[in-house]
Write a new protein. Sequence first.
Length: 261
Amino acid sequence: MTKKTPTIFIGHGSPMNALADNDFTQRLTKLGGELESPKSILMVSAHWETNGVSLVTGMEKPKTIHDFYGFPKPLYQEQYPAPGSPALAKKVVSLLGDDHCQIDKSEWGLDHGTWSVLKFIFPKADIPIVQLSIDRTKGIDYHYFLAEKLESLREEGVMIMGSGNIVHNLKLLDWDTSAKPHPWALEYDQWIKEQLENKNYSKILSDYRNSESAKLSIPTLEHFLPLIYVLGASSKEDKLSFIFDEIQNASIAMRSLKLGN
């Protein structure tokens, strides 16, 4: 029996983490040493949204995208020259169906939700990567449904990853890196943790926004949905382990997790 790759969610936080040597980036580096290198990676990043259909990058050499503004110059000089995988892109389309997913051969690449974390986990940038966009017109159940269709890729050496944040409220962010977390951010992060520990994914799908702390934590869905892809691509026998669980800048949960053995 082929060993399945784990499916992993990373709470990526500020783009500045890409330049940092902190507890978070040190943990990502350690994670890279713990993981067996996959044959390829399918990444769902909060920073690629499309309308009406999902897209998957199908180019041989995806470009490094600096999709942010007003940051220091060194951040714009970061490159992550990992190869793409047109074959994996075609496989994703075949699993999801071309009414749900189409191939992008030129527009996108690897955005900071992808390269800012993978540069620490797989610093050699030698593993083929494709990104799958988030169709912003669809609800949470639809994204879970798509993710379930992707689970079989894990048996073929594909690591399915999501990069976003469980709590992500930029309007209530505190730029002081030592700022205490907002109570509502702690409350919602803990609620999600409890549902994950109990494998109560259906409750996450039904109640993800049914509290004041939830509404403050996920004012928009794009950073939350990568977690849903990771959950949907998991299986009952997958073991849960938490990689990191800090809250940065008062309102960004960096909770990261792995499902798999």
